[in-house]
Design a protein around this ligand. Structure first.
Ligand code: CP
Length: 353
């Protein structure tokens, strides 16, 4: 399979077969990281990266990915590019996308809630680049979705559980001081429900995710004959979980119509829910669940140190998999590499029981 030129804004836009091609290739690339099969796929080519927001993993893993495929990743700060915004005159997305397509083999964009006026504006900007570029556009996390994170999550889960079909994912809200985006958690429930997991979402009242994403997740579960539930209860939800994913996320009230994203107010409110933390007592209710988180972790709020650094934590494997998943995405969409699945997906490599 080759997906040359295809954009990646959300995994829900891709077929299961296409997602499996990324996951299969990522697993092979992890096993044979510097194989000559891969090291020249982007030779002499440049991948542009627009970061409206800071990053550790995304920037570093994309830069490593480009290098390991024989190419180069160029970091670009949108504020230095004289782009048109709602508040200032400048170059249009159409012109920028068309010009950059003459130089690069692909463009990654990160734009989160504090850089947009309202929820959905980040995704709209990325989709406008998709409409105008003649190179593939990859979301490196925007206000709605984080597709590269979702793929790395699945790769990590499969490495430790084998098949994830029919297993229970608990996505549980954690209190904290960071007022986090919906992007990683919304991507996670979409891709995991799509690939056959039962999904339970637990959050305090007032912290519901995007109703459209919830409806799509429910539909994915219905299509697979799996369970989907949302609860406002912070303890019993852990029962029977195979994977626990705890994360803070902002409330839908975080966006003020005039002032945009209001972080301070969100943090003050979220810190009050101290019972919403993943700890060993709650993990004991699970089916010996793996613990995962997209990082950076707010230890002591979202999760205890004991669980986060415990034997069932897979956070570093998932973080590493960002590199392999992104290499696979770049090989499939930015080069003519024709991937033929070897058969099985990721090799099972269990962590301590
Ligand atoms: N998970 C993730 O995207 O990490 P960064 O924000 O550090 O890139």
């Amino acid at each position: 399979m080759n997906l040359f030129g295809k954009h990646l804004v959300c995994t829900q836009d891709w077929s299961v077969e296409e997602l499996e091609a990324v996951l299969g290739l990522a697993a092979e690339m992890k096993k044979d990281r510097f194989s000559p099969k891969y090291t020249s796929l982007l030779a002499y080519k440049t991948f542009f990266m627009f970061f409206y927001n800071p990053s550790v993993r995304t920037r570093q893993s994309f830069e490593c990915a480009a290098t390991e495929l024989g190419g180069h990743a160029q970091f670009l700060e949108p504020s230095s590019m004289r782009l048109k915004t709602s508040k200032s005159a400048g170059e249009t997305i159409e012109d920028a996308a068309k010009v950059m397509s003459r130089y690069a083999c692909g463009l990654g964009i990160r734009i989160l809630e504090d850089k947009v006026q309202k929820y959905g504006d980040g995704e709209a900007l990325i989709r406008e680049y998709c409409e105008n570029a003649t190179m593939p556009i990859v979301s490196m996390a925007h206000d709605k979705f984080h597709p590269c994170q979702g793929l790395a999550d699945v790769q990590g889960a499969r490495e430790h559980l084998g098949s994830i079909k029919g297993k229970k994912l608990l996505l549980v809200w954690g209190h904290g001081a960071l007022a986090r985006s919906w992007c990683s958690v919304q991507e996670s429930i979409l891709i995991n429900s799509r690939l056959g997991m039962n999904v339970t979402i637990a959050n305090p009242k007032g912290y519901d995710l995007d109703p459209e994403v919830i409806a799509a997740t429910k539909k994915n579960c219905q299509a697979n004959g799996t369970k989907f539930e949302v609860t406002n209860e912070p303890v019993e939800c852990y029962r029977g979980a195979d994977i626990v994913y705890s994360r803070n996320w902002m409330s839908p009230n975080a966006y003020d119509a005039e002032k945009g994203f209001q972080k301070a107010k969100e943090v003050e409110q979220a810190l009050k829910y101290t019972e919403w933390i993943t700890d060993s007592k709650k993990m004991a209710l699970t089916n010996n669940a793996l613990y995962t988180h997209p990082m950076p972790v707010d230890r002591g709020h979202e999760v205890s140190d004991e669980v986060c650094s415990g034997k069932r934590s897979i956070i570093y494997d998932v973080a590493e998999n960002r590199l392999h998943a992104q290499k696979a995405i770049m090989a499939l969409t930015m080069s003519k590499f024709d991937y033929k699945p070897a058969g099985k997906d990721s090799a099972k490599r269990p962590v301590a029981a």
